[in-house]
Design a protein around this ligand. Structure first.
Ligand SMILES: O=P(O)(O)O[C@@H]1C[C@H](O)[C@@H](CO)O1
Length: 309
């Protein structure tokens, strides 16, 4: 899409959205992106208005189980509530969406006037001290696709006001991250419910091989997932404060040593049978099931953060 057609598309999207919103929801302050299985957050909204992605010009539709393809507006948190907009489901490059389509909703939420962007996702743990069920407050990322030509900011700038070269040394807002830990305390979550760590973005849709898992751990990642980073980068380009909460849904299998078929064959030939170790295999069903189990904690945490922003 050229610069002019992108601008027309944003204008059409905004008009379609604004025509469906009451006065109280016209100016959302916080944007939220709900990851795999985490859209239950909308249950906490008041005065909720739901708009299907298919009814918003310029929007794609998510094809992944656990992503609802709806934009939800409402009031969230204590007292009068904060006007928010939430994506109930996101777009991933592995579905065939282009990077500009993946980040289109982030740019649109910025145009709607949000200042803060809270992103959630499901992720695999690479760090033995971060077990399944933990929510990781992301402090940094490792994005091999960004470094090698799959950066959402490649190409023409969509606005002359946006920076050409974007620093990412402060991408994850320390102030918002603080609010996450304070919220966990307020909600009396156990200390170990929340961790801090670095997110590695991979394109997916394949889960990691053991060698890839070891590689990502060695270069400093704590969790790995197939989303989020393009949204963070675009959010920062749009001048938003960004926070990411990753729910650990599985361990990335990094066996200490490989099963040696060579040794097994040699032993068998020598009359000794070796029992091979069990191989663990991750699945999207497992990811969704942990998401379901922990959705309520994620919902309460996000609601409490929004109340204190
Ligand atoms: O959209 P998120 O990042 O929450 O979804 C994760 C990554 C893949 O889309 C999927 C793999 O199970 O879950």
């Amino acid at each position: 899409m050229g610069k002019e057609s992108i601008a027309t598309s944003f204008a059409d999207s905004l008009a379609a959205i604004r025509s469906k919103l009451p006065e109280t929801l016209q100016n959302p302050q916080v944007g939220i992106i709900c990851g795999s299985g985490l859209s239950g957050l909308v249950g906490s909204f008041r005065e909720t208005v739901i708009i299907k992605y298919e009814d918003i010009p310029g929007f794609s539709t998510s094809t992944v189980l656990g992503h609802r393809s709806e934009l939800a507006f409402g009031l969230l948190g204590d007292g009068l509530g904060v006007p928010v907009v939430a994506m109930l489901g996101r777009f991933h490059c592995y579905e065939g969406h282009s990077l500009p389509s993946v980040v289109y909703p982030v740019r649109l939420m910025a145009k709607l006037g949000i200042k803060d962007l809270i992103i959630t996702n499901a992720a695999g743990s690479l760090n033995p001290s971060i077990p399944v069920g933990t929510i990781v407050v992301i402090q940094d990322h490792l994005a091999l696709p960004n470094l090698t030509g799959m950066n959402p900011l490649l190409g023409l700038k969509t606005s002359p006001n946006l920076p050409r070269f974007l620093p990412l040394s402060d991408a994850y807002s320390p102030a918002l991250r603080r609010l996450a830990f304070l919220a966990a305390h307020k909600l009396q979550l156990p200390d170990e419910a929340l961790a801090e760590g670095t997110y590695a973005w991979v394109s997916g849709p394949t889960y990691e091989t053991p060698a890839e898992g070891r590689f990502l751990r060695t270069i400093g990642a704590d969790v790995v997932g197939m989303s989020t980073v393009p949204e963070v980068v675009t959010g920062r380009e749009e001048g938003l404060n960004v926070m990411v909460l990753s729910l650990v849904t599985n361990f990335v299998v990094i066996p200490e040593s490989y099963r040696s078929i060579r040794e097994e064959v040699h032993s068998e030939l020598a009359g000794k049978k070796i029992t091979p170790p069990e191989v663990q295999v991750v699945s999207h069903e497992e990811v969704l099931s942990i998401g379901k189990e922990k959705a309520d904690v994620m919902r309460r945490l996000v609601e409490c953060v929004v109340s204190t922003i």
